[in-house]
Design a protein around this ligand. Sequence first.
Ligand SMILES: Nc1ncnc2c1ncn2[C@@H]1O[C@H](COP(=O)(O)OP(=O)(O)OP(=O)(O)O)[C@@H](O)[C@H]1O
Ligand SMILES: [Mg+2]
Length: 410
Amino acid sequence: MSGRKRLVGLDLGTSKVAAVIAEADEYGEVVVEGVAEVPAEGLRRGVVVNIEKTVHAIQTALVGAERMAGVRGEAVVASLAGPQITSQTSRGVVAVSHPDREIGDDDVERVVEASRAVSVASDRQVIHVLPRAFTVDGQEGVRDAVGMTGRRLEVETLIVTAPQTAVQNVVKCVRQAGFELDDVVSQGLAAGEAVLTPNELDLGVVLIDIGAGTTDVVVYTDGAPLHLAVLPLGGNHVTNDIAIGLRTTLAEAEQLKLNYGHTLPEVIPPEERIDVRQVGGDRFQATPRRFLAEIIGPRMREIFLMAREEIRRSGHDGLLPAGVVVTGGGARLMGITDVAQGVFDSAVRLGLPTAVAGLADRVAGPSYAAAVGLIRWGGRMLPAEDVRERHQPALAGAYQRTMRWLRGFF
Ligand SMILES: Nc1ncnc2c1ncn2[C@@H]1O[C@H](COP(=O)(O)OP(=O)(O)OP(=O)(O)O)[C@@H](O)[C@H]1O
Ligand SMILES: [Mg+2]
């Protein structure tokens, strides 16, 4: 198929750098050919804080994935995280330019571009301009305006911005690792791309990607993102709490969480005990496993309460019919969907990467949501040169803008 591209999804997480090489097309099909994961040390809360370590991790992951695949990736799409990423809605309006008043790709591109003209602080950068819906001569709610007839074309978009330095550091690290970066995508949007169904997007859904250092929250309505936020909390904070609460090391706390962690103290039999190695010695302390859940549960609840606050901030009132989808490594905690259900009072499910072929088992877990989503995003937004995305013109236009801007750094 002519629209197929071999892409590399590079997920720069707080705990790991994951690289996935896959073939993708514009319909969302992903065939995984190579996967590699390297523990990350150069990132804090999703932001690069050590260039050298990050470059090394990126290089190791990309080379590892290419070796497994036996081929080179053609285009690299990297994730961007960090609590400084924010979103705002915007509007644009243009007069349809064609004499016959038939709306063309160029009109759509212009109107989306017009919506970009919002005031953004000089140290920030627009990373996404995502069309939500078009209005043609006052008729609202148009998904695809191309081919319609009208005089006045309006658009509502979601604009996502990030600190310039955070983006520049990602570009720099990928470059120094010896690869060209083609696009950056917010981690939350990437995860949503991998785990949400078209039906959920249409109905309205919240995506919560619980990572190690951050939790990405994206509210979707009418098939498109409405609000996006990155919370400065994740699985690492749970591990920290455990280390303090049970007086043990971070490494031991992480192991306890992975092996015995649970979010619901009430389901753990009171007599069940675990051995906890105490700080500064070989002494083990027999501790009720319930203690562990009593530490983990409230922290996860806090994360969900903050996510709920973001739904309120999105301006969307009322329930989101498709409920909540939880993903990211933090979603692997036992009982997590029950805690979320208690907070949101709506349907909650665990989100795993869908519709993946090839080495699918290598990317099956929730911590691969973002990496797989980056591939799907690239497949949809980076059309092969000969394929002009007829049904996604506005998105393609927004993409070309990002590219120009990324290249502008060098
Ligand atoms: N089985 C498990 N039970 C509980 N927690 C887990 C499990 N597996 C992984 N985690 C936690 O998930 C987190 C890592 O998730 P993930 O790989 O999605 O993060 P990341 O993408 O590196 O970080 P971020 O998105 O914050 O930049 C860690 O805090 C880890 O402890
Ligand atoms: Mg992540």
